[in-house]
Design a protein around this ligand. Structure first.
Ligand code: CP
Length: 314
């Protein structure tokens, strides 16, 4: 007889580490938690007595707040620490800071860091569960999971869909996680953008590189635009934002080539009029705010599932 499925990840560092069964399980768990946020009293006792630390070295609105809301809706005690107000400013190393946090016995540490691999490094040095809230250009696994949840809400199945990801693929951890996630779930992923924004070997991740945005969006079920990650570029990689908007911005006339029921997505924050026109971002096919809503449910699921593996080594 086949062994029953067991979620075994004490740390969530990447989409790469997750199997298709893990992703289905996270998305199903998130769906079951989603209605809690619509109750008059938005709180369940599931994580009562647990301690969760949000440790953010880079700015964040959606991810930091939705992890905090998720934890509070499950009755965990949450604490926020920003690099700008921590002793990292006085030269303390990441591992020393994390060991000091661990001395206070948290159950989970959620970390966003500008260096790819920082959450993985912590996971090898401390016992608390680590959740990656975005590391450098590496991965942003909870973002890809909420994106997949949003697509599944509308399209029922991810398998067989065509997903076009447009823009700064090279510097985007969101793109990396989404390419891995959507291809794992059986979607056909296309990418397009200026040549300086297309990383070498992106096809090895399973994405098809298109010569133009029009080619990428033609027949697409999902069009996802990305923010230009200026903070990860030493020199400007595009001549001007005006030209970027003209050739790579998502507008209504471009979307005539996509499927009529195309979903428009963006991880946020949006540069309106650059990677996407306001009438598209706010239009009837946009699910951008649904992505944010689903972020709370996905993060509740991750906290719940990771907490359930305490004591498992992975
Ligand atoms: N999508 C995302 O990571 O947004 P924040 O930077 O606001 O967390």
């Amino acid at each position: 007889m086949k062994d029953p499925y067991l979620f075994q990840h004490r740390n969530i560092l990447s989409i790469e580490q997750l199997s298709k069964s893990d992703i289905f399980h996270i998305l199903d768990t998130a769906l079951s938690f989603k209605e809690i946020s619509n109750r008059p009293v938005k709180k369940v006792p599931t994580l009562k007595g647990k301690t969760i630390i949000n440790f953010f070295f880079e700015p964040s609105t959606r991810t930091r707040l939705s992890f905090e809301i998720a934890a509070k809706r499950m009755s965990a005690d949450t604490f926020n620490i920003a690099a700008s107000t921590s002793s990292a400013q006085k030269g303390e190393t990441l591992i020393d800071t994390a060991r000091n946090l661990e001395a206070m016995n948290p159950d989970i540490i959620i970390i966003r860091h500008g260096s790819s691999g920082a959450p993985g490094l912590l996971s090898r040095h401390i016992k608390a569960g680590i959740i990656n809230a975005g590391d450098g250009t590496h991965e942003h696994p909870s973002q890809a999971l909420l994106d997949m949840m949003t697509v599944r809400d509308h399209k029922k199945e991810i398998k067989g869909l065509t997903v076009a990801i447009i823009g700064d693929i090279a510097h985007s951890r969101v793109a990396h996680s989404n390419i891995l996630g959507f291809t794992k779930m059986g979607a056909d992923v296309r990418v397009a953008g200026p040549a300086t924004f297309i990383p070498p070997h992106v096809d090895a991740l399973g994405a098809t590189v298109c010569a133009s945005v029009k080619e990428a969006v033609t027949g697409a079920d999902v069009v996802m635009a990305l923010r230009i990650q200026k903070e990860r570029q030493d020199d400007p990689l595009i001549p001007s934002l005006r030209e970027y908007a003209q050739f790579y911005g998502i507008n209504k006339s471009l979307l005539q080539h996509a499927k009529p029921d195309v979903l428009i997505m963006h991880p946020g924050p949006i540069n309106r009029g650059v990677e996407m026109n306001p009438d598209v971002a706010d239009g009837e096919r946009s699910v951008i705010l649904e992505q944010v809503t689903n972020g709370v449910a996905v993060r509740m699921a991750l906290l719940y599932l990771v907490m359930g593996t305490q004591g498992v080594s992975s």
